[in-house]
Every structure is written in structure tokens, then in C-alpha cells.
Design a protein around this ligand. Structure first.
Ligand SMILES: [Zn+2]
Length: 332
């Protein structure tokens, strides 16, 4: 939620420029000593930006290190948070990673975390996230993310600001009124980059439409088969306005160059293939290479890098429905 201010950005750039010319040949232990003291300096009044210079290592061996509101920690070198240590980025604080952040303990993120495209966040520890909007990740993120608990507001479930709908989690019948502007803009960017037309076969569907769509599939295929690819009303991700089916929903679409391009690249434009191959027991649906869910570029990249389904990434329940479907009409 906290955006980088212009003045901080200027300092960020100045720090990068000055950091570029340091020779990275110093021994790690030597560098640790000197950087550790400057690191603790962020607690001192009047210092707003703390820099771990390129080629240097700073370590937090134990206890808690806090990036306070109004402070920015810039990591051009390497910052290591050991197993018994914790970094707390307070609301209004910023941790900008241009080098490497190794989390073996915990990183509690209430403020802002930016990871530039050549940077990485790694380690065996965990990053406890409050809102996924607090992260701007362009680089590699292999540390475990621990999401917050799901929150239900007006019949809509979110985890860290990310809407989740599946066979176990419903969405309020009156939610949604079309594809969001962000989803449409991102799809347009992806189309241009890919060279494929990617027509929208199905975009936003409201609750009433989903009643008709689902019951029609049940009439054609029987409910058991229909439920493997079509959602009951109140369970469709298409109602979020963040989901599109593109190009073709035919079985052989998966084997086209276009589907492969989408699978490899859609995260760069903020989308994920929501129902990946071999994950039916978790997502509740067969592989649908055409069904794309918009998450925003940073969150889509985090999910992509994690190799997890959205259910696993957000730590929510998934799988099959919990009850029997009651038809709205007399067709069975
Ligand atoms: Zn779909």
C-alpha cells in the first residue's frame, strides 16, 4: 500500500550509483562487522535510509530488527536474517532489495517490500504477508510466503487482498458487474506481446448467467461430468471480473503453441493459469489452459515462482463441493 516517495527514490538511485563502484572483494566476515553497525544506525533519529552496499554482507543473527515507519532499508549487497532472527517492516517502512535477501528466520511484512528484477529473496525461513499489495516483486522469490487468514466481507472471501472463489468458497450472488479495467488492460498488453489475438470466449458472468450455463452443461453431460469443468452458481471465478477464458476451450488447445506461450508467459502480464494440469483434487477442476485469473503482475509472479496452485499459495481449502446441488429448474 505504501508507495515509494520521490525523495526516497532519488536516494535509492544515488545509493545504487555510489554502490556500483565498490569492489566486492572484501571478506564476508569483515564486511559484516562494519555493515552491522551502520545497519543498527537506522534506529538513530534523522537517518532515513540504510544501505547495505553492493558486495557487502549484513547479518541479523538473533532478535528483532525493525524497519520503522518512515525508514527505508536498501539492500544492494546481501542481507541475511538468521534462523533465530526476525525482521519487522512496520507499516510505512520500506525494504528495497536490489541484491539478495536471505530469510532463514522470519520477515514480518506490514510495510512495503520491493524486489527488483535482478534481485532475489531466498532462504528456508518465511515471509509473513499482511497484504499482497505490499509486495512489488520483479525478481526471484523462493522464500516461503505465509499468507494471512482469509477474511469474508459482504460474502466475498479475500486473503491478503486477493479474492478467492472455488468449490469450497462461495462468492455473494450480487457481486461483480463486468471485467475489471485492470484485467482488460492486462489482457491487451499480453495480446500485444504475444502476437496472438486471444479472443475472450467468456469473461464476466453474473450469478444468473452461471445458473443457466451450469444447468445447461448438466443437461448435456450429467452433473458429475459437468462439475469437472463448469462451476455451480456462486462458485464461479468468472463472477469476480478477474477471469477470462481465451481463444478455445477445446481439449486439444493445450497442445497448441499459443497455450504453451500462455503457460510460460502469462504471469508477466499479471495472470495465472488457474487450473493447472494434475491439480484437480486441489483446484476442483481439470486442466484449463484457457482459463486465466488476473492477480496483478507482482502477485502472479509470486504464485508462478512458488509452483503452487492459488489454493495452496493462499493456504485456503479447495477440492470438491461440500454439499449436493439443488437445481433451480426441474431439469436434472
Ligand atoms: Zn473459465
Amino acid at each position: 500500500m505504501k508507495k515509494i516517495t520521490a525523495s526516497v527514490l532519488a536516494l535509492f538511485l544515488a545509493a545504487i550509483l555510489s554502490g556500483c563502484f565498490n569492489t566486492p572483494s572484501e571478506g564476508a566476515s569483515e564486511a559484516t562487522g562494519s555493515d552491522k553497525s551502520s545497519f543498527e544506525g537506522s534506529e538513530a533519529p534523522g537517518i532515513e535510509v540504510v544501505v547495505v552496499e553492493e558486495g557487502k554482507l549484513a547479518e541479523i543473527k538473533s532478535g528483532e530488527y525493525t524497519v520503522k515507519s518512515g525508514y527505508t532499508v536498501l539492500v544492494n549487497g546481501k542481507l541475511r536474517c538468521e534462523k533465530d532472527a526476525e525482521i519487522v517492516v512496520e507499516d510505512g517502512g520500506e525494504l528495497l532489495v536490489n541484491g539478495e535477501l536471505e530469510v532463514s528466520g522470519e520477515l514480518l511484512l506490514e510495510g512495503y517490500l520491493a524486489v527488483s528484477d535482478s534481485a532475489s529473496v531466498c532462504g528456508t525461513g518465511t515471509v509473513l504477508v499482511n497484504e499482497f499489495d505490499d509486495i512489488n516483486c520483479e525478481g526471484r522469490f523462493t522464500a516461503k510466503i505465509t499468507p494471512p487468514e482469509p477474511v469474508v466481507t459482504n460474502g466475498v472471501t479475500t486473503v491478503g487482498g486477493v479474492i478467492i472463489v472455488n468449490k469450497a468458497i462461495t462468492i455473494s450472488p450480487d457481486y461483480g458487474n463486468g471485467l475489471t479495467a485492470e484485467t482488460e488492460a492486462a489482457l491487451e498488453r499480453m495480446r500485444r506481446a504475444s502476437g496472438y489475438e486471444m479472443p475472450v470466449i467468456s469473461g464476466f458472468r453474473d450469478y444468473e448467467t452461471q445458473v443457466a450455463v451450469f444447468e445447461n452443461w448438466c443437461t448435456k453431460n450429467g452433473i458429475e461430468e459437468a462439475e469437472r469443468f463448469s462451476s455451480r452458481p456462486g462458485h464461479s471465478e468468472h463472477q469476480t471480473g478477474l477471469t477470462v477464458d481465451v481463444t478455445s476451450t477445446a481439449d486439444d488447445f493445450a497442445y497448441t503453441d499459443e497455450a504453451r506461450w500462455i503457460g510460460d508467459n502469462c504471469y508477466k502480464y499479471g495472470f495465472i493459469v488457474r487450473y493447472p494440469k494434475g491439480k484437480e483434487e486441489i483446484t476442483g477442476y481439470i486442466h484449463e489452459p484457457w482459463h486465466l485469473r488476473y492477480l496483478g503482475e507482482s502477485t502472479a509472479k509470486l504464485v508462478h515462482d512458488s509452483g503452487l496452485t492459488l489454493e495452496e499459495f493462499l493456504g485456503v481449502e479447495g477440492g470438491d463441493y461440500r454439499d449436493e446441488y439443488v437445481f433451480s429448474r426441474s431439469n436434472t
